[in-house]
Design a protein around this ligand. Structure first.
Ligand SMILES: NC(=O)c1ccc[n+]([C@@H]2O[C@H](COP(=O)([O-])OP(=O)(O)OC[C@H]3O[C@@H](n4cnc5c(N)ncnc54)[C@H](O)[C@@H]3O)[C@@H](O)[C@H]2O)c1
Length: 277
């Protein structure tokens, strides 16, 4: 038998990551690119795309970027086609772009006072916010998986990894209804796609994060006070960081997970198990 570590190799892989210019998506991208994969960051934030491509390229990684909104399906198709053309194939796609559900979210998570809850209550939740959350966090996943499948199914090879959320398995009061609905939909959709593509060498799995320090929701998680409040509720007594996703990204992107499809792996320090002291 060859070395077990060889199973985790992603060297030379062609990879695309939506929402790849920040947070968890950037973590996936770094895990791939620092292990020799060729990675395209697809993100709506032009400044971040430019800055992160520059930073990673200067560190010697094979990374390119494209500015694209996952709700613009034509543009998304074109960007994923271009990545596949650049690499001559598409081995791995992370359907990761997502936004927070707006007010009501943070107050509930921090556990104590809920200063902004009123505005986020279902009676006051705006159509526009609902639609935008669904368009990006659910329909954007559909469009990304569809674009990826067009390249992967004919080659009978590929990996699709969807970022869901602990919010789809653990129901919290007022964690923005649209977000839970979108993420739960994305989790079911990923399983559905796993079944559809299983006979074609394309595995579809989901990664479900707990509370991770990123720029989501205007960067509310960057606040150390909020981090402390949440850490108390996490059984491991700490919050998560994008680096906590390096291992799982490598596992699900590589041959190490050949016989695993349709799964959702929770990365949350045990939060989903229940409240810690
Ligand atoms: N941070 C957490 O605690 C947490 C928990 C559970 C799930 N998630 C999920 O993780 C994923 C990544 O979020 P993050 O926390 O890293 O946030 P982030 O804001 O740091 O990164 C998300 C990236 O997606 C991009 N993006 C947003 N809308 C887009 C669009 N329409 N088209 C293309 N790109 C778009 C943003 O510009 C940003 O660069 C999301 O799906 C989010 O729901 C995050």
């Amino acid at each position: 038998m060859s070395k077990i570590a060889d199973l985790f190799k992603v060297e030379g892989y062609g990879v695309a990551v939506t929402g790849g210019a920040s947070g968890i998506g950037l973590g996936y991208a770094e895990a791939m690119a620092s292990n020799g994969a060729r990675v395209t960051l697809l993100d709506v934030n032009a400044e971040r795309v430019a800055a992160e491509v520059k930073r990673l390229a200067e560190a010697g990684m094979d990374v390119r970027g494209a500015v694209v909104d996952v709700t613009d399906h034509k543009a998304l198709d074109a960007a994923i086609d271009e990545a596949a053309q650049t690499y001559g194939k598409l081995d791995v796609v992370f359907a990761n772009a997502g936004i927070d559900p707006g007010v009501g979210f943070v107050g509930a998570w921090a556990g104590a006072a809920r200063p902004r809850l009123e505005e986020g209550m279902i009676e006051n939740y705006a159509d526009e916010r609902w639609q935008r959350v669904i368009d990006i966090n659910l329909t954007g996943v559909f469009a990304t998986v569809r674009a990826a499948a067009r390249h992967m199914r004919p080659r009978k090879s590929g990996r699709i990894i969807v970022t869901t959320s602990l919010a789809d398995v653990r129901i919290e009061p007022a964690i923005g209804a649209a977000y839970m609905a979108a993420k739960a939909g994305a989790a079911i959709f990923a399983r559905n796609m796993a079944l559809e593509l299983a006979a074609y060498g394309v595995n579809v799995n989901a990664i479900s994060p707990g509370y991770i320090i990123t720029n989501i929701g205007d960067g509310h998680a960057l606040n150390p006070e909020e981090q402390k409040a949440v850490a108390k509720m996490v059984p491991q007594h700490r919050v998560g960081w994008p680096r906590d996703f390096y291992g799982i990204a490598l596992f699900l992107a590589s041959h190490a997970s050949d016989y695993i499809t349709g799964q959702e792996i929770v990365v949350d320090g045990g939060w989903g198990l229940g409240f810690a002291d």
